[in-house]
Design a protein around this ligand. Structure first.
Ligand code: GPW
Length: 818
């Protein structure tokens, strides 16, 4: 590792914290709240962050570097204090300094609200990627929305999810810097006029109906080692200064407040729908708003050093994180043609070189389409541009390759000619982008073969794979410091950058002394979690039990219901035979459901109700516990993951594009029980099939079964345990006095056809759990497996993912910062 940049000692650190407590926070040592101490600590950290931020920006400007611009509707950052300290190399210094003030750093870190500007995997991936980009020294900007309210806070009331607003910046946020000098004005609505110009050319002019102001907030992103500090720039919407002051002067004060409120609505709240398209006007406006702000910002910066657009494509790479920022494509066309006067072909050549697109799902309900009438009203000029892109594509590409084939034309067209007609954002992305990537090997293969086979025929070189990764700085070094220290002791200090270095730990996997150290750390992490579980849920669990964890958004394809069904079957076995032979097990869930997703919310309710009954049943002698941790979020994940023995990755094969929680759990020594889906396949390859528990139908078998005609009733009648568990849901056993409250789950699994083949995989899942049980009882065998998992997942470092993007898609160069 490089020598630390900041040679601040603990005395200096302590003095600066106290100084800021007095001069920035306006309080004193005697009466300061924990919150004030935390803030003063952050201001101290910022002192160093800003120094490197300035050097980074000056160097990038001077060297006129090519940069990637990561456009994403979500950045799920979580907390930044511990992460920034680790990346600056100052965690221990800060900890010591605070100890001298009788303060506990970990305790102060709890003061920080999570920055939850994302739903789940997709948003957290963006956060890991910007960490890696800064760590590796690549010029990069994250661009997104400055939501006033992030993903809702989940409360559980009588077992049901209740959504409460998340107000992450209610009392100020120490990491963000407002940049009024870079404000943008964004037009919306209105109509398009065709004008004959002085140059005798016919031009299109968009006459907007409204203008909104975009205010940028910058979050410094410090790489590990603190050489590079990049920025995440998030746009907040406000009423424009263009705003009609006449109304104001003529006594329209109240009306003016209405306009202001409407403008501010745009960045008010994150849509909580994971993998479902919302189709709401406000969502389209959100997408356009942040893309237009970001493109104007890119343009402004580009023009500081260029007078024409020849260097634009060589300088600028824009990555579209799923289809959410697709409207950036017609917006850049519009800017270049209507505002900058380029010809269509020049503008198109630039766009096709600049944009690339990451697909994160094959689920049809997640593929975004917008009604044409909506587009026409909100973005009339953009719709015209989309029509022209489409017309040229259908004529020059599709008709050239498949002359007269209207079926293929209908399928590949950007416009779905149904009723109402809709704009297909994924088609627009694929047609424009020079590269389209999936997020795990199997997913990328399915993107090519099943989702976009004709596009793949047209442009075979366009499609590629970049397997996801996670940053080992947050997901090992920071969240599991004891294990991190053990690894550093064992293999040296290089592993947070080069995670493959942990392979050297494998030679100790059989060493009883090392196994003891490793498992003692796991045990300690479990004991810490026991306290958190008690505090959050009131449930007593034993750290001697197997901690079996499923943490992810609630979705039927992720199959929390399969886990629940298995828990019910285990419970029933224990009731029938109190001596049923199993090691005590705690099943832990953490999950939010989209507020409008009925079955998902019913599954949460069922987990809580079944858990309540099991946890309070003395007959089963604490062999089984079920914990639903409320308000699952990044900071809770950081407590759950280090304490996991078993990682549940049980999606129906073909549906989980990659998964990233699977990587974090394996990295912390949990054994995967998983299907051959998404990145599970690659994890199994890396750790070896002997060191994880794979079960269930493969992608091919899922396809075959569906083609044959899947009938869940067959499994219901053939397997008495499945039947008993499902029939149990009809009774009031888990909801005393309210029979049938859990029926919707049975209905989804039988009457509605069990879309995700839960019952088909049940027997294999049950067998897999028996394997888990017997493996765990062999303490040495389990310790060996856990060690091999943690030591063998170097591939899933997000630094590796970023290097893959650089090599295949972005072609950037590293930039040394003075
Ligand atoms: F539907 N993912 C997500 F593809 O977290 F847009 N939210 C989403 O809205 C979508 C995908 C979308 C997840 C995938 O489900 C997961 O498999 C993947 O690991 C993650 O994105 C990051 O690629």
């Amino acid at each position: 590792m490089e020598k630390p940049l900041f040679t601040l000692d603990k005395e200096e650190f302590r003095k600066e914290v106290v100084h800021h407590l007095r001069t920035t926070l306006g309080t004193s040592e005697i009466k300061a709240s924990k919150q004030a101490w935390w803030m003063a600590t952050c201001v101290t950290i910022n002192h160093m962050l800003f120094e490197r931020l300035t050097s980074t920006q000056q160097t990038h400007l001077k060297k006129d570097t090519r940069a990637v611009h990561y456009f994403s509707a979500e950045f799920l950052m979580g907390r930044l204090t511990a992460n920034n300290l680790h990346n600056l190399g100052l965690y221990k210094v800060c900890e010591e300094a605070l100890k001298d003030l009788d303060l506990d750093l970990a305790d102060l870190c709890e003061e920080e609200p999570d920055m939850a500007l994302g739903n789940g995997g997709l948003g957290r991936l963006a956060a890991c990627f910007i960490d890696s980009l800064a760590t590796l020294g690549y010029p990069a900007l994250g661009y997104g929305l400055h939501y006033e309210h992030g993903l809702f806070r989940q409360e559980i009331r009588d077992g049901r999810q209740v959504e409460r607003p998340d107000s992450w910046r209610e009392y100020g946020n120490p990491w963000e810097i407002c940049r009024p000098e870079s404000v943008q004005d964004i037009p919306l609505y209105g109509y398009v006029e065709t004008v004959f110009g002085d140059d005798c050319k016919v031009r299109k002019v968009w006459r907007p109906g409204r203008v909104i102001k975009g205010v940028p907030w910058d979050i410094p992103i410090v790489g590990f080692g603190a050489q590079t500090v990049n920025i995440l720039r998030l746009w907040e919407s406000r009423a424009s200064d263009f705003f009609d002051w006449d109304v104001f002067n003529h006594g329209g004060y109240v009306d003016s407040q209405k306009e202001k409120a409407e403008a501010e609505t745009i960045s008010k709240v994150l849509y909580p729908n994971d993998e479902t398209e919302a189709g709401k006007e406000l969502r389209l406006i959100q997408q356009y708003f942040f893309c237009a702000c970001s493109l104007k910002d890119i343009m402004r910066r580009y023009k500081r050093t260029h007078t024409d657009f020849k260097a634009f494509a060589p300088q600028i790479a824009i990555q579209l994180n799923d289809t959410h920022p697709t409207v950036a494509i017609p917006e850049l066309m519009r800017e270049l043609i209507d505002e900058e006067g380029l010809e269509w072909q020049e503008a198109w050549d630039i766009c096709t070189k600049v944009f690339s697109y990451t697909n994160h799902t094959l689920l049809p309900e997640a593929l975004e389409t917008w009604p044409v009438y909506l587009f026409e009203r909100v973005l009339p000029r953009h719709l015209e541009i989309i029509y022209e892109i489409n017309a040229r594509f259908l004529k020059n590409e599709v008709d050239a390759k498949w002359p007269g084939n209207n079926d293929i034309k209908r399928k590949l067209s950007i416009i779905d000619e149904g009723n109402p007609r809709r704009v297909r954002m994924a088609n627009l992305c694929v047609i424009t982008s020079h590269k389209v990537n999936g997020v795990a090997e199997i997913h990328s293969k399915l993107v090519k073969e099943d989702l976009f086979p004709e596009f793949n025929e047209l442009w075979p070189d366009k499609f590629c794979n970049v397997t996801n990764g996670v940053t080992p700085r947050r997901w090992l070094l920071s969240c599991n410091q004891e294990l991190a220290d053990l690894f550093t002791e064992t293999v040296g200090t290089a592993w947070p950058l080069n995670l493959d270095a942990l392979r050297a730990v494998n030679k100790f996997a059989d060493d009883p002394a090392f196994q003891k150290k490793f498992m003692d750390i796991k045990q300690h992490n479990k004991q810490k979690l026991v306290k958190v579980i008690k505090a959050e849920t009131g449930i007593d669990v034993s750290a001697e039990a197997i901690f079996d964890i499923q943490i992810k958004r609630l979705h039927e394809y992720k199959r929390q219901q399969l886990n629940l069904l298995h828990i019910m079957v285990l419970y029933r076995r224990l009731l029938l035979n109190p001596d049923y032979d199993m090691h005590p097990r705690v099943f832990i869930f953490g999950s939010k459901a989209a507020p409008g997703y009925r079955v998902a919310k019913d599954i949460i309710y069922a987990i809580n109700k079944v858990g309540e009954r099991i946890n309070n049943d003395p007959r089963i002698k604490d062999k089984l516990k079920v914990v639903f941790m409320p308000n699952y979020r990044v900071s809770l994940a950081e407590k759950l993951i280090p304490a996991a023995d078993v990682s549940e990755q049980i999606s129906t094969a073909g549906y989980e594009a990659s998964g990233t929680g699977n990587m974090k759990l394996a990295m912390n020594g949990a054994i995967t029980i998983g299907t051959l889906d998404g990145a599970n396949i690659e994890i199994a390859e890396e750790v070896g099939e002997d060191n994880c528990v794979i079960f269930g139908l493969t992608v091919e078998q899922v396809k075959e079964l569906k083609a044959r005609g899947y009938n869940p009733w067959d499994y219901y009648y053939a397997n008495p345990e499945i039947k008993a568990a499902l029939d149990w849901l009809d009774t009031d056993y888990f909801t005393p006095g309210h029979p049938g409250e859990l029926q919707s789950i049975k209905k989804a699994l039988l009457d509605y056809g069990d879309t995700y083949l839960t019952l088909a995989d049940f027997a294999a899942y049950d067998e897999a759990h028996k394997r888990v049980d017997s493996l765990y009882r062999d303490k040495a065998r389990w310790a060996k497996m856990a060690i091999i998992n943690a030591a063998s997942v170097g591939k899933f470092n997000s630094d590796r993912s970023i290097e893959d993007y650089i090599r295949q898609i972005w072609h950037l160069e590293k930039c040394d910062i003075a």
